[in-house]
Write a protein that binds this ligand. Structure first.
Ligand code: CDV
Length: 338
């Protein structure tokens, strides 16, 4: 039987940060928009809807909040004894409707995790929710956190993920989706898509479908180049990362933007470019706006087999004896001058 899955990339337009960075658009307004995309996706036959990174809030790491209560309001609390993310009042309406429609959901959010010992850690997280089992099949915590823990000089675009989050501790785990022909899926979050190591960890588990939400600003005043030049470069680097990951790991990739002007000033505008690639590295489709927009595609998972069994048959061709540096070294070490 053909292993066909219809996916919808649910690009979100801006979730406005008005009047201050933490004072985000009322959550129920953003939820209404997400529900509307879900209904549209289901009507178009989608079996899986993928939403962006930090889809429940504005991209708050563009500003340094210091009020603990204001920060806490942006996070979903979770712990082994509960609550779990499916109980979150901020997400529940979406998952309930997805269950009723029989549509799976992958979505990113800010997670505040309290472990058995009472230690609290904040992660930039995504989940895969399967409608058939009403369960979260997989959770992924972003590994590659860009930016810094401190502010750059005023007027710069800020990126403060290292201030808000801890690097993910769950690694790059592929997982099966029983109700979708046992599809082998994996999740990445935004900056992870730029790291071949992340893709290859999923590729080594036979991944067929990579799901990745992102928030990527298109212009940073402190960096060289005009707005037009930097924007062009942002799209180029986004495309080559996603295309390369799909090609070299023989898998589909669904990359979903939160786009548009979320906040006034530097770094407040996010690029679009929600895009789907096939295992050959071909673009299947792309959005054209910076607003809420749905990109629907029907994918044949068995298309992954051709490249996985030939040029990217890892078992036949990989040479582990030469890859030591990848795990033994972090920064570049140049050869001594001759
Ligand atoms: N949210 C992100 O991870 N954004 C980064 C930016 C800062 C470069 C990205 O890789 O798109």
């Amino acid at each position: 039987m053909a292993r066909i899955i219809t996916v919808a990339a649910a690009q979100l337009g801006p979730i406005k940060a008005v009047p201050n960075p933490g004072g985000d658009e009322p959550r129920d307004a953003a939820m209404k928009r997400m529900l509307s995309l879900l209904e549209d996706a289901a009507a178009k036959g989608a079996q899986l809807v993928v939403y962006p990174e930090l889809a429940l809030t504005t991209f708050f790491p563009r500003a340094m909040l210091t009020d603990p209560a204001e920060i806490a309001a942006l996070f979903e609390p979770e712990s082994p004894a509960g609550p779990s993310i499916v109980e979150s009042p901020h997400l529940k309406p979406l998952l309930e409707r997805a269950t009723a429609l029989g549509v799976d959901v992958s979505i990113g959010y800010a997670e505040r995790w309290t472990d058995e010992e009472g230690k609290t850690t904040d992660y930039n997280t995504a989940i895969y929710y399967e409608a058939a089992s009403r369960a979260v099949l997989a959770k992924y915590r972003k590994v590659h956190l860009p930016g810094r823990t401190f502010l750059l000089p005023e007027g710069s675009a800020q990126q403060l993920e290292k201030y808000y989050f801890t690097p993910g501790d769950l690694g790059f785990q592929a997982f099966r989706v029983p109700s979708r022909h046992q599809a082998i899926c994996g999740m990445l979050i935004c900056n992870d898509r730029r790291w071949p190591e992340a893709w290859r960890c999923l590729g080594l588990q036979g991944v067929e479908l990579v799901l990745c939400g992102f928030n990527t600003s298109d212009y940073k005043p402190q960096e060289p180049g005009s707005v037009a030049e930097q924007t062009e470069m942002a799209y180029l680097h986004h495309y080559i990362s996603c295309q390369g990951g799909s090609y070299t790991n023989a898998c589909f990739g669904v990359h979903v933007a939160k786009a548009g002007a979320e906040a006034e000033g530097a770094g407040g505008t996010l690029m679009g470019g929600t895009v789907i690639y096939d295992p050959m590295g071909r673009k299947v489709g792309e959005t054209t706006t910076l607003d809420d927009e749905l990109l629907v595609a029907t994918l044949d998972l068995d298309m992954c087999k051709q490249q996985k069994s030939t040029i990217f048959n890892f078992a036949n061709h990989r040479r582990l004896e030469h890859y030591g540096r990848i795990v033994e070294q972090v920064g570049a070490e140049e050869p001594p001058e001759a």
